[in-house]
Write a protein that binds this ligand. Structure first.
Ligand code: KIV
Length: 540
């Protein structure tokens, strides 16, 4: 089925792996990108923007392997970004070759400010480049998306001209980026209406928006655009992306789901129609969100809409009273709709492997035997220290034990920390180096974590700077598991690591080793790991 014939719903274009990965410090390596793409497929996204193939050998490799493994005939369309430059388009086309259905997304800036200061080109030059490069992209694939970058700040008359030219040259999707997140919802609506009224061939294409979140309006702007006839939205899981990020997939999808009667008439449907407005399997949202958070190291703020830890928590007595009497008094959607389990069954140290496996399955984790064994052993260890193991704990354990391991990295063998008010915090640590040497050292620090990190640095000898350290409690209670997230900076980029344990100093050590291993791996094979943010200066 061609995507055009599906325009009676909203096409979800997921750009977590391209714009999302441009989040400062949200760098992903090829395996991590592939793992996310494998989850975006069952989530039901229509298009995966898998990267910017020309940006680095790592980006190229990621687009290619995602095209091979996820771009099956039944799978999503796989897309690569490309500036309106021959070399970019060639790289995109080459990387996308293995996909059953592929799209080249090409873009060029159109606003005066970009033309004058960045591109240093006239409007007529931009018009000619856009037409030529769209036609060139079309020589490789049928499905070509065009974005006039900074569209919301582009002179409307010129924007209409560029779009008409782009469609005549063969673009099949026209995407309108609010690149700097400047629009308000009303302006976005007017912008789309203006395009629909002034671009004569606009009905031949799918109209799309890409809304950045600089003023916190990304989701509102995308929804306003939908009211005005836009049928594709570009979004990311957890709203990650350049600067303040993008419109969050989960927010758009759940708004369309929960407020279906409001949106139905914009799709020419009766108010009461129950047919879905997107193809997203909403029960996969929570799992996808956790995976992206873990692999990018970008924590989800507790009050984040839909996927934040507090999104379904009721604290005030009045609200709790209402919920007990009738859920819908204070809840507009059920937690189960995004894949959170209905009954938060509590397992303990006496629970067996079967109960563990069954619960994981209910939570959406199907582990192979090796991972199941690792996770079960860890569960037993933690359950010995912690009386009750909630679903959140199980999830933290599974994520820890099944995270993509960096082959031949540093392994933490042993950690001992002494601290208190009458002693100097001291860490004694043993690690195994990538070449198999067992090394032990001890250091005094300003606190236990400082002592641990200084000791690991002395042992690993990889200079870096700790730029972020955070601890989140997985559940409430004094015996809760703590998840530590660290980001370390190096001249090559920012690398993150995460780990959970009932002892947060131990979690801190593992999280640091995980981040260090990602840096180590990059230093070993820089071409494998895209690291820098992708900047779009156009040097045609
Ligand atoms: O923000 C932007 O303008 C983009 C385009 C490439 C869609 O990311």
């Amino acid at each position: 089925m061609s995507i055009g014939s599906q325009a009676d719903r909203v096409i979800i274009f997921d750009t977590t792996l391209r714009d999302g990965e441009q989040s400062p410090g949200g760098t992903l390596n090829v395996e991590e990108k592939l793992a996310i793409a494998h989850q975006l497929a069952p989530l039901g996204v229509d298009i995966i923007e898998a990267g910017f193939a020309v940006a680095s050998p790592g980006d190229f490799a990621a687009v290619k392997i995602i095209a091979e493994q996820v771009g099956t005939p039944e799978g999503p369309i796989i897309c690569s970004l490309a500036r309106a430059i021959r070399q970019d388009i060639q790289a995109a086309a080459e990387a996308l070759k293995p996909a059953a259905r592929s799209r080249i997304h090409t873009m060029i800036s159109t606003s005066d400010i970009h033309l004058k200061y960045q591109l240093k080109k006239s409007q007529s030059e931009v018009l000619a480049i856009a037409a030529e490069m769209i036609a060139y992209a079309k020589s490789f694939v049928d499905d070509v998306e065009f974005s006039p970058m900074d569209a919301s700040r582009t002179e409307p008359e010129f924007l209409y001209q560029v779009l008409e030219t782009a469609i005549a040259a063969g673009a099949t999707t026209i995407n309108i980026p609010d690149t700097v997140g400047y629009c308000t919802p009303k302006e976005m609506g007017n912008l789309i209406q203006g395009i629909r009224e002034h671009v004569p061939n606009i009905d031949q294409v799918i109209l799309s928006v890409h809304t950045q979140n600089d003023l916190g309006l990304a989701t509102a702007n995308a929804l306003a655009a939908i009211e005005y006839g836009v049928r594709q939205v570009e979004c990311t899981i957890n709203g990650i992306g350049e600067r303040a990020g993008n419109a969050a997939l989960e927010e758009i999808v759940m708004a369309l789901q929960v407020r279906k009667p409001f949106f139905n008439p914009y799709f020419g449907r009766p108010v009461e129609s129950d047919a879905p407005l997107t193809n997203i399997k909403t029960q996969e949202i929570y799992k996808t969100s956790s995976l992206v958070s873990q692999l990018t190291g970008m924590l989800i703020q507790p009050n984040k809409a839909i996927v934040g830890a507090n999104a379904f928590a009721h604290e005030s007595g009045i609200h709790q009273d209402g919920i007990i009497k009738h859920r819908q008094t204070y809840e507009i959607m059920e937690a189960t709709a995004i894949g959170l389990p209905e009954n938060r069954i509590v397992l303990g140290k006496h629970s067996g492997r079967n109960a563990f496996r069954t619960r994981l399955k209910e939570l959406g984790f199907e582990l192979n035997e090796t991972d199941l064994n690792k996770a079960f052993n860890r569960f037993k260890e933690v359950a010995d220290k912690k009386k009750e193991m909630s679903d959140w704990d199980l999830e933290a354990i599974v994520r820890d034990e099944t995270q993509i391991q960096i082959e031949s990295g540093f392994q933490l063998e042993h950690i001992q920390v002494i601290c208190g008010d009458c002693t100097c915090p001291t860490a004694t640590i043993t690690i195994v180096t990538p070449d198999g040497k067992i090394l032990t050292d001890a250091t005094v620090g300003t606190g236990p974590v400082d002592a641990v990190y200084q000791t690991i640095n002395r042992l690993a000898q990889i200079p870096n700077q700790l730029i972020e350290f955070s601890v989140q409690s997985v559940t409430g209670g004094i015996d809760a598991l703590g998840t530590v997230t660290v980001r370390i900076g190096h001249q090559e980029g920012i690398f993150s690591g995460q780990a959970s344990d009932t002892d947060i100093v131990v979690a801190a050590a593992y999280a640091y080793i995980n981040a260090l291993n990602r840096l180590y791996r990059y230093l070993q094979t820089p071409s494998q790991t895209p690291v820098s943010n992708t900047h779009f200066s156009q040097k045609a």
